[in-house]
Ligand binder design. Structure first.
Ligand SMILES: NC(=O)c1ccc[n+]([C@@H]2O[C@H](COP(=O)([O-])OP(=O)(O)OC[C@H]3O[C@@H](n4cnc5c(N)ncnc54)[C@H](O)[C@@H]3O)[C@@H](O)[C@H]2O)c1
Length: 337
């Protein structure tokens, strides 16, 4: 298979590329603009793999994009390139519109222009549960693929826009697309601006752990390698034109999640006072969604996935990984200042 991964220097994309390369017949091109949060170092081990190559490109460069798609003629595109940090989208939404909306439009257009050269082609669009907006409380049923879009942040609005554009390119031009909406990912190599690495870093440096509002907001979490394995299976078995929610069934509120990390540190790196004392409540994020939760029955049925109870195991593994990679986190935090 000839595969393009966009955003392959990012958190999920880099895991996806490493997993795809386990299949010896796959040839992969990673298209990434190498923005501030990219992590080419996460791909160090596969840099010399003959089946892998990297092209630095902003998806808004449509001429270069057309040439790559025409010359490489991919069978599959996994489209992950996006601005992904909600806080940044509130402060500076422009790049979210440029990358997430226009970048998606450009790559769809390139595929459409070259469609006669693309054999058994599929465009897999990776999106978020945030497009559905917020559930008011714990009792309300999870979002299904039929739920309406009610995005509340510039990030989720830009992703919802991209989902709708992808859908339209299928309905109008017959472009073979599959859309996925996934819950929060956690795991190794996540840029240390996101909640879990931020909390681990704060514990390691004995710094305040900033928590929005009262920390009661609920999120559903999936281990990043589970997500990428589902995407790979979906690229083989998913129905063209369909949307699939990808979840884990594991929901937890932010403060409980943070306290889990503190408990790990209390147990393994005990000091005079509990790490819980580092928790510091800060003014809530504007438009902060209360709860995200996905009904993933459709994909579970298609791929015969059973509910796995692996959260605790991978969560601890993730904490240990960040502890071992503190130098890397520090470098990334410096770059982001
Ligand atoms: N992380 C999550 O929890 C999560 C959950 C659901 C969906 N998603 C979606 O999955 C995708 C990947 O998320 P992530 O957490 O790996 O993101 P990330 O921020 O870690 O990586 C995004 C990558 O895209 C690249 N990029 C950004 N704009 C680009 C452009 N215009 N042209 C080319 N490359 C560009 C960046 O350089 C970066 O390497 C995103 O589309 C995101 O919306 C993420």
């Amino acid at each position: 298979m000839k595969i393009i991964v966009t955003g392959g220097c990012g958190f999920i994309g880099s895991h996806l590329i490493k997993e795809l390369l386990k299949e010896k017949k796959n040839k992969i091109i990673n298209l990434d603009a190498k923005t501030y949060c990219s992590m080419p170092e996460s791909l160090h081990d596969i840099k010399k793999n003959r089946n892998y190559s990297f092209v630095k490109i902003n998806l808004n460069n449509s001429k270069k994009l057309d040439n790559i798609i025409y010359n490489f003629r991919p069978n599959i595109i996994f489209h992950l390139a996006a601005e992904s940090h909600v806080d940044n989208s509130i402060k500076k939404p422009d790049s979210f519109i440029n990358s997430n909306v226009l970048g998606t439009y450009n790559i769809l257009n390139s595929c459409q222009k070259n469609i006669k050269y693309l054999k058994k082609f599929k465009f897999i669009h990776i999106s978020t549960d945030e497009v559905y907006g917020s559930l008011k409380n714990k009792k309300i049923k999870s979002f299904t693929e039929e739920s309406k879009f009610f995005p509340n942040s510039p990030y989720s609005a830009s992703k919802a826009s991209s989902d709708l554009i992808v859908r339209a390119w299928n309905k109008t031009y017959n472009l073979p697309v599959i859309i996925t909406n996934c819950v929060n990912n956690f795991g190794e190599w996540q840029f240390p601006e996101k909640l879990i690495p931020v909390v681990i870093y704060s514990c390691l440096k004995n710094k305040k752990i900033p928590v929005y509002g009262l920390g009661k907001n609920i999120r559903e979490w999936i281990y990043v390698k589970d997500h990428v394995n589902i995407l790979i299976q979906l690229s083989k078995k998913g129905k063209i034109g369909a949307t699939y929610n990808i979840g884990s069934g594991y929901e937890i509120n932010n403060i409980q999640l943070i306290k889990k990390i503190c408990k790990f540190f209390d147990k393994n790196y005990s000091k005079k006072s509990s790490y819980n004392n580092l928790i510091s409540f800060v003014k809530d994020r504007p438009g902060h969604d209360f709860r995200y939760s996905l009904n993933s029955n459709k994909i579970n049925k298609l791929l015969n996935l059973s509910k796995n109870n692996n959260f605790e195991y991978y969560f601890e593994k993730t904490i240990k990984w960040y502890i071992q990679n503190l130098d890397w986190m520090e470098k990334k935090i410096q770059i982001n200042k």
